[in-house]
Design a protein around this ligand. Structure first.
Ligand code: F6R
Length: 607
């Protein structure tokens, strides 16, 4: 996904921009570029297809006090040097995240006025438009140009006629300002500039900012000044680096002992048999009045949402539907103010989820965001927000953010069940105390990761995989398939085990490993039958089971991965760690690019 950085000050501008761009690499990109004003007042543009190291190789040592940089993830036009940002027109250079929806009509207009386009991007329209409206005030020209565009943007703009100023603006795409001592920064993401400052201003929609070396002034689009609050970011940079693991993904899988604990911290109220949810902003009465829950999410967060359905229905007795953001936003949803809409999004920036939430809000529904990123767009759009506190997740494949989302859904479902008198205090106490033990159980799975590595190596030649589960294990099966395909590029399907016989059984053969998520529970006998169905077709079975069932299941499975004993309802928290490790070690054996899988981005801020 695209990333923006900008710097103004007495530091080494080129290196600060390169270093900040490197911190955005985790978002995924295909080209990078920068524009700086050199000390002779000349704008110098460098851009390159490929990695930031390739950009670094073409940037000479230049003394400069102001610059903007960009990592591009192609949306309009191929990932070429020509299409890389910045895009320039006259003296104006622009970096842009987002999509200008009416760029075609603006482009035709600009061409008829004599502007010459050299790229296929929507961004180039912005550069020409700003140039068109420029007389002597850069901020005014940017504001006027933005008045003509439809779509989403976070932009950084500079001109060699204003070497002491950077202009930035945002609508529906994240943007922050970093405050330094005699220097200031712009960025699309906090880690980009955390090395230099932890003093941050979050920019809201339709705000325009003039950033100078000694001042930051924020305006609305009518030019009125806006007061902004400064936030201190407590993450240290260390937390966003690999800490000795070969990949962020493995580090983040291991961090789950801590992240799961963090999600629960201060929220478990075992004495009362309830959850402390002050930040939720919904009292028991309000919770009782909801007649339905609609969960909206994408990808891994959607799989978490599916588990949420089983929890809200099974524990709190409240009808729950789950939809992907991209489907929901173009459906004809039947929503009423008595529907609670829960949006689950790790990044808080997923365009489809954000659009779906806005759609839901237009029906008068309360919207509750479950997100990992404080200050993210969803946290400002939703009427209520709770944070998963999993810490920054750099690997593109979601791991710790997923288990923290699951924990959050357990806590919410227990809280709702208590408020609606669907669960007595004893059952709640029991579940909460079992939840407290989960980080310890995860540690034990991690200690035995070698067994999962062995399993991954055994089946590494497979071209297709199936993951099956029933009831609360079905979302884990979907997540297992998603994890495997995204990082190892092996084709994998997640199925409700009872559905195999309705079609996919035709694909089962000796070359297709089937991962059965089969801990003890009320569907255990059923999945045993499903395991027998696939072994009868010569498939190899990898069974994820309770440690007590090891001996029994060994008779049917080719590989058994035990998980520690916990309450049936909570087993997805443990089996999820197993499927993450299985995907990780498979991708490792296949020498895949684990942290940055091909074609994928960490934060999907376009539709
Ligand atoms: C898969 C993965 C994606 C995200 C999806 C939604 O490992 O990370 O499927 O889950 O793009 O992202 P968020 O949760 O940020 O809305």
């Amino acid at each position: 996904m695209c990333g923006i950085v900008g710097y103004i000050g007495d530091g080494d501008t080129v290196n600060i921009l390169l270093e900040s761009l490197r911190k955005l690499e985790y978002r995924g990109y295909d080209s990078a570029g920068m524009a700086i004003i050199d000390d002779k007042g000349k704008a110098r543009i460098f851009k390159n297809e490929g990695e930031i190291s390739e950009l670094e190789a073409i940037v000479p040592e230049i003394s400069s006090h102001v610059g903007i940089g960009h990592t591009r993830w192609a949306t309009h036009g191929r990932p070429t040097t020509q299409n890389a940002h910045p895009h320039c027109s006259g003296n104006i250079c622009v970096v842009h995240n987002g999509i200008i929806e009416n760029y075609q009509e603006l482009k035709s207009e600009l061409i008829s006025e004599g502007f010459v386009f050299i790229s296929d991007t929507d961004t180039e329209v912005l550069a020409h438009l700003i140039n068109k409206y420029y007389s002597d005030d850069l901020g005014l020209a940017v504001g006027t140009a933005l008045g003509h565009v439809r779509g989403s943007y976070a932009i950084g703009v500079l001109s060699n006629e204003h070497p002491d100023e950077l202009i930035a603006a945002r609508k529906d795409s994240p943007l922050i300002i970093g405050l330094g001592k005699d220097e200031n920064f712009i960025a699309s993401d906090i880690p980009a500039i955390l090395k230099y400052t932890n003093r941050i201003i979050y920019i809201d929609n339709l705000e325009l900012i003039s950033v100078k070396q000694g001042s930051v002034r924020v305006f609305d689009m009518e030019g009125n000044p806006v007061e902004k609050e400064e936030h201190i970011i407590e993450w240290d940079l260390e937390a966003a680096e690999k800490a000795g693991y070969p990949h962020f993904m493995l580090k983040e899988i291991h961090e789950q002992t801590r992240s799961i604990h963090e999600t629960m911290t201060g929220r478990l109220h075992e004495l009362e048999g309830d959850v402390n949810f002050g930040e939720l902003g919904l009292d028991r009465n309000e919770i009782r009045q909801f007649q339905r829950i609609e969960i909206i999410a994408c990808g891994t967060s959607y799989n978490a949402g599916l588990l949420g359905k089983y929890l809200f229905e099974g524990l709190a007795g409240i009808h729950t539907d789950v939809d992907t953001g991209s489907e929901f936003r173009y459906s004809s949803p039947v929503l009423a103010p008595s529907t609670l809409v829960i949006a689950i999004t790790q990044s808080g920036e997923t365009a489809d989820t954000l659009a779906a939430v806005r759609e839901a809000a237009s029906y008068g529904c309360r919207t509750l965001a479950i997100t990992n990123v404080v200050g993210s767009t969803i946290s400002r759009d939703a009427s209520h927000t709770i944070y998963t506190r999993a810490g920054p997740e750099i690997g593109v494949a979601a791991t710790k953010s997923f288990t923290s989302q699951l924990v959050m859904l357990y806590l919410l479902a227990i809280h709702f069940a208590r408020a609606r008198s669907m669960m007595d205090a004893d059952r709640a106490r029991m579940l909460l105390s079992e939840l407290r033990k989960i980080p310890g159980h995860v540690s034990r799975i991690l200690e035995d990761a070698g067994t999962i590595h062995e399993c991954a190596s055994m089946f590494v030649k497979a071209k297709d995989y199936f993951f099956i589960g029933r009831n609360i294990n079905y979302p884990v099966a979907l997540e297992g398939a998603l994890k495997l395909k995204e990082i190892s590029y092996i084709h994998a399907e997640g199925y409700a085990a009872g559905e195999l016989k309705h079609g996919p059984l035709a694909l089962i053969s000796k070359d297709v490993p089937v991962v059965a998520i089969a801990p003890q529970g009320h569907t255990y006998d059923k999945i045993l039958s499903n395991i027998k169905e696939v072994t009868a077709r010569d498939a190899s079975v990898i069974a994820i089971v309770d440690c007590d069932d090891y001996c029994e299941i060994e008779k049917f499975a080719d590989f058994v991965i035990p998980i520690p004993k916990t309450d049936e309802m909570l087993t997805p928290l443990l089996s999820s760690v197993v499927i993450q490790l299985l995907a990780y070690y498979t991708a490792l054996e296949l020498k895949c690019s684990i942290d940055k899988p091909r074609n994928l981005a960490k934060s999907v801020t376009v539709e």
